[in-house]
Design a protein around this ligand. Structure first.
Ligand code: PAP
Length: 348
């Protein structure tokens, strides 16, 4: 299993070492980045000073924008690739564990499963995790066995055609009630916020979120992009909700198995394999494991975050402890208006 070094920051796209890419092409992407960046609208950042708006979405200038351009210009998907896509704080960590456990269930026993000693983000890395990896052997996309499990926060409409055309890979998208996303995101990112920047108040975070100014936001455009694509190509995109996964994890995991081409046999079902996976990946289990309590994820040269911050409460409706009635009404109204006619609804 490849170790994961999340690298949301890289100094220069030319630093990327990959057999998949040609240095002239990499340089072109570098130039595209340098020419594009100064002309982009800026908004207040949550952990960086600014976010920039690129093709309708808000990205960190030093990290997400570069990563996106690299993916657009250079990433070569395999038809067997499985992508987990999400808006941040929607249930990525949980679904990483569930997909990893589902796809690899014949390889590992539950008593000594890799997820007991390796965090979900290490088992199922972000697509960009190798961009700054100095020791390529630790994270080499080219050498990953198929199916590669790769995670992204990139909005659907910004993905290159090679990833979205019908022939290629599959996507599992997870979304969550924006009120819970906002609260989870605000608490999480304040922990990551550099010490020289003052903390962001909930009121300020709320305003930014409502205006769409948050990593990979606007939230609603992100969700709708994958929702609409999932309606057009349901065989290619499985659209899941955090709340459904909470309510009926067994049903959702069975759907996941079917969709990914790893259906659970009757024998597996009668032996309780689906239950074992759900139990292994439960918040109660993962959040108490040593690996998820003590080890760290390196997000950039300057930002390291304890794994335990990926496991806060894992509840539906925790927003009730944080948001005022006015905030709830405004956020619900925006959500209602944005999703109107789409067929997508969030439970309140
Ligand atoms: P990321 O985008 O930074 O990877 P992500 O994993 O999408 O974060 O979201 C984190 C949320 O999922 C946290 O929600 P909370 O702040 O409301 O508590 C986290 O607690 C929750 N979470 C993590 N693992 C699980 C799990 N196994 N079951 C349910 N929820 C989980």
């Amino acid at each position: 299993m490849a170790a994961f070094q999340p690298s949301l920051e890289c100094d220069n796209i030319s630093n990327i070492h990959s057999e998949q890419t040609d240095s002239d092409l990499i340089q072109k992407t570098d130039e595209r980045y340098r020419e594009t960046l100064p002309n982009l609208p800026k908004g207040k950042g949550w952990i960086t000073e600014h976010l920039v708006q690129y093709q309708g979405f808000w990205l960190t200038p030093n990290a997400a924008l570069k990563i996106l351009m690299w993916v657009q210009d250079h990433f070569k998907p395999r038809p067997t690739d499985i992508f987990l896509a999400s808006f941040p704080k929607s249930g990525t960590t949980w679904l990483k564990a569930l997909i990893f456990a589902t796809v690899n269930r014949t390889r590992y026993g539950f008593a000594d499963h890799p997820l007991l000693t390796t965090g979900p983000h290490d088992c199922f890395p972000f697509l960009d995790a190798h961009l700054q990896e100095k020791d390529r052997s630790r994270f080499d996309l080219d050498r990953f066995p198929s199916p590669r499990l790769l995670s992204i926060h990139i909005p659907y409409i910004l993905l290159p055609n090679s990833m979205t055309d019908h022939q290629s890979c599959r996507f599992v998208y997870i979304c969550r009630d924006p009120k819970d996303v906002l609260v989870s995101k605000w608490l999480f990112l304040n922990k990551l916020r550099p010490k020289d920047l003052p903390p962001i108040s909930l009121e300020e975070a709320f305003e930014l979120f409502c205006q769409g100014i948050s990593h990979y936001g606007p939230f609603w455009d992100h969700v709708l992009g994958y929702w609409e694509a999932s309606l057009e190509t349901p065989e290619k995109i499985l659209f899941l909700k955090y709340e459904d996964l909470k309510k009926e994890p067994l049903v959702v995991v069975k759907r996941l198995g079917d969709f990914l081409g790893y259906p659970f046999s009757l024998e597996e079902e009668s032996k309780g394999v689906v239950e074992e996976i759900v139990k292994l990946c439960s918040f109660e289990n993962l959040s108490t494991l040593e690996v998820n309590k003590v080890s760290e994820q390196k997000f950039s040269k300057d930002t390291i975050i304890d794994n335990r911050h990926f496991f806060r409460k894992g509840k539906v409706g925790d927003w009730k402890s944080y948001l005022t009635t006015e905030m709830v009404e405004r956020l619900d109204e925006i959500t209602y208006e944005k999703l109107l006619g789409s067929g997508l609804v969030f439970g309140s």
